[in-house]
Design a binder for this molecule. Sequence first.
Ligand code: 5AD
Ligand code: SF4
Length: 525
Amino acid sequence: MNEKQRKEMTQQIREGNPADVKSDQDNLNRLKEKTSDDFVKYFQTTYQPPDIKKARKRGKEEVKYHQDFSVSDDLVGIGKGKKFLIRTYGCQMNEHDTEVMSGILTELGYEATTDTHEADIILLNTCAIRENAENKVFGELGHLKPLKREKPELILGVCGCMSQEESVVNKILEKHHHVDLIFGTHNIHRLPQLVKEAMFGKEMVLEVWSKEGDIIENLPKARRGKTKAWVNIMYGCDKFCTYCIVPMTRGKERSRRPEDIIQEVRHLAAQGYKEVTLLGQNVNAYGKDLADIEFGLGDLMDEIRKIDIPRVRFTTSHPRDFDDRLIEVLAKGGNLMPYIHLPVQSGSSEVLKQMNRKYTREDYLELVGKIKNAIPHAAFTTDIIVGFPNETDEQFEETMTLYEEVGFESAYTFIYSPREGTPAAKKKDDVPMEVKKARLQRLNALVNDYSNKALQKYEGQVVDVLVEGESKNNPNVLAGYTPEQKLVNFEGPKSAIGQIVKVRVTNTKTWTLDGEMIEEAAEVK
Ligand code: 5AD
Ligand code: SF4
């Protein structure tokens, strides 16, 4: 179907202006018509979902950098007097994408709200990493249905990682007719046009690109806080771990230019931000795709540590690409925080092989040893998957012993969740869910124990805390993080919010520290 035919077809489906629709029955009819069989068929035949086989073969074609994002004159102000709400699921990458989408919607004239009833546009920025993440989104779509019925002019959109999956898009097209807009992780910069189409055309707007490769530099960002900021350094992932959907949902690895990143961090420092976290699915692969320069994560961190910002972090690391240059730079300390999140996934070399992690248990331990030598006070945390298909009791025990050998201070632990389209999802799995649950329970008990032990070391010590705000449970208590990423609760003046202060630790719990503030402003170590 060509562009002209597409227009004709969507024209046929188009049905008046929603503002004219008065009764509930009319609304229901409209929703039904919007997803007529022809229309669904059209999208199902023209939509090109990301495909893992093609993705694996993807080349290193040149990344194009665009510095020219702008909202065209006819779109400025289309959100004036209107409100938006974005629900974010998943990782920091998604949190940051939400900041970008909020920035774009603000440029269109929209204002933020946290009340679904007030919102004129609601976007669900979704995560596809495990089945339960997806179930939450489908649950939320169900909850929002009555609202959409009451208020047909509401634009309801689904974006983020789930939109990059064919099965999800098909399910929405078939079962969630009240969705107006679906767009993928590579289409965020198209939000102004997509909102306009959703607003004025009455068909469901769907734009998901399997093609990726471009980096759009000057997108607006409405950052959530004034103290800590996310900074993307690269996008995508080319590691193809067999359980993971991310190489499909986020596309191939592509790095931002160092000068653009450095400028962004400098700008944040000048605005008074106290901490930046450099973001990527696999930050250690930073720079590999930069054809004209030899410049890796270590080199980037070496430049960023010279910027006058008190704290610099990075996430997420892949052990395979964690090189000596990076360790050497991290050992220089200063504003580079002694905190290493290094997902291991399993302690068994055989399972790691089946996961296509490209390192063994021994490789991992050697790397940790090197980092500990260079940065003896570094805190290590990790991600672990239990119940990978056919994981044996012995293999699981290897994960337990590795945890102890490294002495992780905390971990995110998950039961393996098959993701359609990934190689592991095709494996027959003979481990019953009960066994997987029992393994997770044992692992979590160990994680709690080690977290508690790690925190006990701080009893009586004075720590630097970057104060984020009032504690969630008690507005009289302030909360913030140490350089090693330990959460500290303490009583102190509101003026300390956004500052780094000295706190004496008076009590340790399983996950957090309690303390008393002893000095208003602390020097950066
Ligand atoms: N099932 C369970 N956990 C997963 N993760 C990634 N994919 C899956 C999956 N299919 C976990 C990994 C990763 C973290 C972000 O999520 O541990 O590091
Ligand atoms: Fe979830 Fe991964 Fe997408 Fe982040 S990149 S939102 S963790 S699927």
